[in-house]
Design a protein around this ligand. Structure first.
Ligand code: SF4
Ligand code: SF4
Length: 245
């Protein structure tokens, strides 16, 4: 029997699901090997047991927690799809204000209790078997992960940092411009995309498994940058307050 695969979304911009949908030709090639039984964007089937669930978005309410747990209960494997699901991504930028302040700013005082809570990543509530990193995810990497899962192999993500990719591509170091870069702390796999485009790494792929903060702080010092500079950068994708396993 073909493995059953489902896609689910919570709070996010749905850019990761769109990346999957844009792979339609490649996905059609894989249809012989799997059955997509749930994908809100293209299907209305619901409630079946699943072999693999890909879940996009952060969790922001009690109703979302209940729904996520129900998806987990019927899925053999559950993967976080993109930064919102994996690290809370840019959704965590709002955690400097209380849920009440945020609801008031957006909806005013006329609305009742929206039961909104600060966004959290999936693994704050359920076991997560793996992740497809990035904001948005990389389509080629998603396909490689899916192909591994379809042959019952656990996919492996790079264990080294974006900084190493930069060196391999002989890109000039962003720190030389006096700008904080999260490349030394961030999981590789994007071919140092933003740095190659003249920007800096903001950490959208989440932190590498064992970040070496000692040498990183030395680099900061050498370039006259402070802890606050790096915290400001980390806040963009990696400061949801969760401890990562
Ligand atoms: S990770 Fe980025 S692209 Fe994906 S849903 Fe979140 S904000 Fe959108
Ligand atoms: S360089 Fe950094 S921010 Fe840019 S895609 Fe890679 S991990 Fe994400």
């Amino acid at each position: 029997m073909k493995p059953k695969v489902g896609f689910f979304d919570f709070t996010g911009c749905e850019g990761c699901q769109l990346t999957v949908l844009n792979l339609e030709r490649e996905l059609l090639d894989l249809v012989e090997l799997m059955e997509i039984v749930e994908f809100r964007e293209i299907s209305s089937d619901q409630g079946e047991a699943l072999d693999i669930a890909f879940v996009e978005g952060s969790i922001c309410s009690s109703a979302e927690i209940r729904r996520l747990k129900a998806i987990r209960a019927r899925s053999r494997q559950l993967f976080a799809l993109g930064a919102c699901a994996d690290t809370t991504g840019i959704n965590a930028l709002c955690t400097d204000r209380t849920p009440e302040q945020l609801v008031g700013e957006v909806y005013g005082t006329a609305v009742g209790d929206l039961r909104y809570r600060h966004p959290r990543p999936l693994e704050a509530f359920v076991k997560v078997d793996g992740r497809v990193p990035g904001c948005p995810i990389d389509g080629r990497e998603f396909l490689a992960i899916l192909q591994s899962l379809l042959i019952d192999r656990m996919p492996e993500l790079p264990t080294y940092a974006v900084c190493a990719e930069c060196k391999l591509l002989e890109l000039p170091c962003t720190f030389e411009r006096g700008v904080v870069c999260l490349g030394p702390l961030t999981r590789a796999g994007c071919d140092a995309h933003c740095i190659a485009e003249g920007d800096r790494c903001r950490g959208c792929r989440g932190q590498v498994d064992a970040p070496r903060s000692g040498p990183y702080y030395r680099i900061l010092e050498e370039h006259g940058l402070s802890e606050e500079d790096i915290l400001n950068e980390l806040r963009i994708f990696n400061l949801s307050g969760e401890k990562r396993g």
